[in-house]
Design a protein. Structure first.
Length: 131
């Protein structure tokens, strides 16, 4: 699992081997949310968003919902072109005002997407609400 994490941190472009290590760690410890998360992050980077969503949902079933998992699920939705659902999830997370860096990441992703769509007033409102 450490090899997979190191590859993610280094930004290695081909995460095939990293994903293999994370999946191997998951086989040895099927209850491991950490191995699931690392595998999901590798899958997101490889644009395997549906597979990542399955793992992220499994993590939620095991550990309950967290801002970190909600953020990554929203990013998967964005990458799959499910814009309305993704923006809703990002908005919900950003408005939760939880003390968690992934809440701020969600606000940043929401603002960026709103700017990309030309929805500048909404982006300003979100930005000022979280800063």
């Amino acid at each position: 699992l450490r090899i997979a994490v190191a590859a993610l941190q280094e930004g290695i472009p081909d995460l095939t081997e990293s994903l293999r290590h994370a999946e191997r760690a998951l086989r040895f410890n099927q209850g491991s949310s950490s191995a699931r998360l690392v595998a999901a992050l590798c899958q997101i980077e490889r644009d395997e968003n549906q597979a990542a969503m399955r793992l992220l949902s499994e993590i939620e079933e095991l550990d309950g919902p967290t801002p970190r998992i909600a953020y990554h699920k929203a990013i998967c939705l964005l990458r799959q072109g499910e814009l309305s659902n993704a923006l809703h999830e990002l908005q919900t997370l950003a408005e939760s005002r939880q003390s968690d860096p992934y809440v701020q990441y969600a606000a940043w992703a929401l603002v960026n997407e709103q700017i990309r769509q030309g929805r500048f007033e909404e982006a300003i409102q979100v930005f000022t609400a979280v800063t």
